[in-house]
Design a protein around this ligand. Sequence first.
Ligand SMILES: *Cc1c(COP(=O)(O)O)cnc(C)c1O
Length: 834
Amino acid sequence: MPSHKVFRISHPKPDITKLPSLGMDKKHITDDFKHYYSYRLGRDEHCRSPEYAYKAISLTISDRMVERWKQTYNLHRNQDGKQTFYLSMEFLLGRRLSNAIISLGVDSEVARALYGLGLAIEELVDSEPDAGLGNGGLGRLAACFIDSCATLKLPVTGYGLRYEYGMFIQEIVNGEQIEKPDHWLRNGNVWEIERPEYMTHIKFGGRTQIHIDENGHERVSWIDTHDVLAMPYDTPIPGYKNDTVNTLRLWKAMATEDFNLQEFNAGDYAEAVAQKNTAENITMVLYPNDANENGKALRLQQQYFLASASLQDVMANWVGRHGKDFTKFAEKNCFQLNDTHPSIAVAELMRLLLDIYGLPWKDAWQITRNTMAYTNHTLLPEALEKWPVELMRQLLPRLMEIIYDINAGFMAEVSAHWPGDSKRQVRMSIIEEGPTKQVRMAFLAIVGSFSVNGVAALHSELLQKGLFKDFYELWPLKFNNKTNGVTPRRWLAGCNPDLAALITTTIGDAWITDLAQLEKLKPYAENAAFRQQWRQIKQLSKQRLIDLKKQELDIEIDVNALFDVQVKRIHEYKRQILNVLHVIHLYDRIKRGDTQNWVDRCVLIGGKAAPGYVMAKKIIKLINNVANVINNDAQIGSQLKLAFLPNYRVSAMEKICPGTDLSEQISTAGKEASGTGNMKFMMNGALTIGTLDGANIEIRNEVGAENFFLFGLTAAEVESMQAHYNPQWFIEQDGDLQAVMHLLECGHFNQFEPGIFDDIITSLKSPQDPWMTIADFRSYIEAQKQVEHAWRNQEQWTRMSILNTATSGKFSSDRTIQEYNRDIWKMSPIDVSE
Ligand SMILES: *Cc1c(COP(=O)(O)O)cnc(C)c1O
């Protein structure tokens, strides 16, 4: 064995603002840029690709975060206050460079430095690939949350997986979605630091065995396992101009050092390498399903890998400081579970406390129940995770035993509370009986947590009345609401610099960390000069959006048209089909000559479909086929355009939301837990057309009913109509709807592709259609007429637009995180600069 020399580098705490080499001015930034570009990257003036310039400036910026990062990290580890760990299978970060520049407050110095070098900052920013480690809203929420935690100086660490392949890249060929792998790490990742010193072992398979420990107590050991290594990669998460840099720790699966010894000795080299790949497969790819895929063994391995690596990491740190005294563990640590995906953590914390640290069951259970908090993200029953008991027993035998023991104790609680109510026990059991027994992960999360929250007021209420009614009756105080939010740094200051500058000139810049301040814009809605400036900025954003999409889409778009946008995952409950029915109706009106007072409209729809979701892929095809007919009809011209925006992702949304006039939030009431796209649009001055669903309700409350286009059944009406829903009746009542259905049914949009939309038509007309699209058609069309009426009065529209931004303060994730901290985490902010 080679001997290692240990270096002790003395580390006086440097004053980060005074380090000469890390100056925040143009000169120091330029010098560092040149250094990285020439030496580390080995490029010169002959290099044409913006990629290396992007890397050089990113390394320069990254250096300026690292000293602050180390200070924050050490302060959090060494202080004896409470810490929270945000466990999430997804972090949809998007691009990092522009966010880091804004957070450090060096935007103008960087721009000056790059200008001096003959480089355009926008081009460099655009050459960064998105970190697409998430599907949609849930993953983006995690990214907004950790941004807010750092800005609020809260000691929160994100834990997730470092997928080799993130969300697939979507291409559209012949109107259909094609999935291309997203190898986002191919050109390196300048933002992460590998930390082999915190590597941990994760067990899979094997069996359990009882033995007697040194104190004469029975202990279980989990043996004959196939171990996988978890290697942490840390990404800095800078707070906004506050010297706090929190950590996002992502785990990569690696084969253990001794993985191949036996086979290697036996001479079977290929077999050994194949086994190495099996281990590394665990973090190879993100599952591209927005609502969740059940039963895949690899997905369960990913979930356990995240939970176990993260918990072991926190425990090792605890033991390093407190030894094996866990009496204050729950007081000082909280794990927030982002949906049920990481909820195996409940059983894993029990395992570590029982088997590794030798605590008695009662103590371990009390600690666990006071440490875990669970956020639910969906009411759709098909999205509730269940794992077959048999699969869990094979893959995680010790965890399965613990879940059975947890359930036995819980069933005793239930029968003590409701003696003799065996139906209730069956309903509430963590183990679902049946031909294949399954573990209900949501129930495990509820039973093992001290807090259960929904993500918008309506959603939290429906959880208590519906899905989790029994649990709410048992533990009413556990349940709470935390309405989602989005970070104003990315979703206003970063993505819409022109609007941000106008706002700052008008009311100062405090809104960036206190979004409620936007209220001060309200009086300016009555100021004609201000409205003029507001409109000009919207116009510029729309023009930029057109320019960006021009080559890609190959259609002429008029900047004066109403930009009507729906971007989000493609899902039946989100009802992109309802949007298409409206577009077909407008097309039909033009064809009939019913165009009095016409409002030119450009409808943009974008989003990815889960690769196995056949109906969602059909919807994409329908959008593209309808677009083809409309956009190539000379009689339609600029009156109506429809385009599908391929490869919707965070960096696309950053360009789309500033250029949107009308935000489509048209899900079936009661189905969208919150929505966060709706909030980004509102902040950027779009008006919303929407149902009373998720956070739409709260958006409408904030902006006022007169500034929101409401339509559709309520959640209660959807529920009560479900049993006797008769779409045929609605069609018979409505000539416009008949005309639309006729165009679909006669194959007007699929002349050379007979029958391809039959499934869509059948589901629309089915009394069993859970999304009740046809029931909301008339009311949607009427609301769209209200939109057009408002649009015709541009001064009035602009007033409404300003009021939308002005009242969007509630939807900052800073507000959301303050509520999480007030009600659940209960931590004190930590000032790094003191
Ligand atoms: C905000 C966002 C979402 C969530 O949008 P919803 O309309 O709330 O479903 C999904 N994907 C991306 C890339 C986002 O930025």
